[in-house]
Structures are given as C-alpha cells and as structure tokens.
Design a binder for this molecule. Sequence first.
Ligand code: UDP
Length: 340
Amino acid sequence: MVLKMSHNQKRILVTGGAGYIGSHACKALSAVGYTPITYDNLVYGHPWAVKWGPLEKGDILDRDRLDEVIAAYQPEAVMHFAAYAYVGESVENPGKYYRNNMAGALTLLEALRDHQIDKFIFSSTCATYGMPQKMPISEDHSQLPINPYGNSKLMVEQMLKDFHAAHGIRSISLRYFNAAGADSDGEIGEKHDPETHLIPLILDVAAGKRSQITIFGDDYDTPDGTCIRDYIHVTDIAEAHILALEKLKSMNGACAYNLGNGKGFSVNEVIETTRKVTKCSIPVQIGQRRAGDPARLVGDATLIRNELGWKPAFSDLISIVETAWNWHKNRLILEKNIIC
Ligand code: UDP
C-alpha cells in the first residue's frame, strides 16, 4: 500500500528518514518545497520523527517494495541515510553491516538504475578514512577504514563511481564527522537504542537518568588528555544535503565532501559545556581507552564551503549542546524520567 499524492509536488525519496539525521533532512527538504518520502524499516527509526511527508515502511534489501514505492512517487532524487552505524557491533557481526549497508545500497542503486533516477546523495562517514595520517582531514586523505562499518560505507562510495560510469547516476557522498545537536524548534532530536554517543549519554547523566559518564581514556596526546572530535550540528548536515541536491542538478560525476566543523572539542570540553548549559551535576569516571579511537579526528570542510557555499550555522559547542539538551529534556519529561 502506498499513499496517493499530487504529482506536481517535487518528491525526494529519503531512506532512513525516520532516523536521527534523515528526519532532520526531511524537515529541511520540506522547508524548501520538497515532499520527503520516508522509506524506513523502522528497526532503528521512529514513526514520530516522520512529520514532513509520508512514511512508507520497507527495507532497502526488499527490491519489490522499493519498486512499488519508487513507481508510486517517482522521486526526483534519493537521499540514502538507511544504514547500521554501531562500529563495535560491526566488528562483532560484520555480515549484518555488509548485508544492510552494502548489499542494501546495491539493491537501491539497481532499482534507481531501472527507474531512471539519476541523482543520489549518500550518508558517508569519516570512518572511511581510518587512522588519520594528517590533520585536519581533507577529502584527498587516504581511505583505509579500520572496521567493517567504515568498509561498508567506503564500498558504497566505490559503487557510486561505477554506477556513474556505467549508468550515469550522479552522486554526492557526504562524509560526516560527529553528528550532534537537535532541531532548534525542538521537533526532533537524537534517540538511539542502545545509545553509545557521547553527547546524549552526558545529557542522560545531567538528567539523572544515568549515574555517571565514563571518559574513555584521559592519557591521550591532547591538551587535556581526552579525545578530540569534530562535532557538527545535525541541522547543518541537513542543510548540506539541500545544497548537494541543488548541485546534482548541474553536476555530472560521483564526488565526496567532508561535513565537519573544522573545530575539535575534547571529551572534557563537552562535559564542561554540558555542565554550563544544563546547570546539572555530571559525575565522571575515567575508564579504559576504547579500541580503535584515535586521539584526534577533525575534518577539513573547505571544499564544500567553497564549492557549494555551505556555512554551518551552529558551529559553537554551546549551541550544539543547548539544542540537544532542549530536545532531550523535553523527551525525558514526557517519558517521566528524572531531570537533575
Ligand atoms: N566517549 C567517551 N565516553 C562515552 C562515549 C564516548 O569518552 O561513554 C568518547 C569516545 O571515546 C570519543 C568521543 O567520546 O572520543 C565521541 O564518541 P562517540 O561514540 O560519540 O562518537 P565516535 O567519535 O565514536 O563516532
């Protein structure tokens, strides 16, 4: 069953549109006059996050269902967010990642080829670079992933080059650094189960839902000994997808851009900022280093700034944490969890 809709609206198929970054992209698409068609298997996605267009439940590995939805809506382009993204799990269960992230993307690309849809925006990741050789990381850095998650994403980037050469599918891969923050209107935000990301975990501690945050190592070669990451606001990521969509109308090729803030923040800085924003106590304990964590990961996003005119609006850590807290707090209040 697919919903009927008028064919004068411009439609974009958004796989994973019920997820964290996908739902923010749907909101951004709607703001510029597109109807996002969310295609999501709801394994990790949330029906409540689908607010700006129809939700079509389906799996990217299900070619028949993809054909049905694509034929019904005839989207102009596809934004492909649907993927599994737990690095540790990908090491323990690589098959799950190659099947969903790689074979799923392949199934989707073959469907697009057969329906003559030639514009594709792909959620890639800084995990495709592997251990950084130089900092900040620019797009020409070697791509040698160190886990199956990064491998599965890199394989899709490679497929995109081949699908362009053979079938004319133009694509932009956006390599995200650490997505963070939430919609500034508080309509959607980050909710993963299980949660592994630093900022939502710290917010749970601030809210009294977890007792403490464990810092994974304080003996790194960084100014305060804790790891430095490039936190980039999810709304800025969503805006980059809109710019990429415009670019694809005049571009021919398969290219990639970094999406980072260019500024690194340490785990300690994130905790300190969260204390200031929430005014709650945040107990910490120092734990072991987490396997595979480099000391510092910071992206150079000069290329997308210059070529697509991307300007992050939420580049300071305070606004990233404030928007995340605003959403997180309201959700916990609704769920009747403790605040401070
Ligand atoms: N981190 C931490 N404690 C946690 C979760 C994360 O110290 O409970 C650190 C982690 O080692 C990394 C940073 O926070 O340096 C960001 O981790 P996250 O899992 O959010 O993103 P990643 O960088 O792994 O994609």
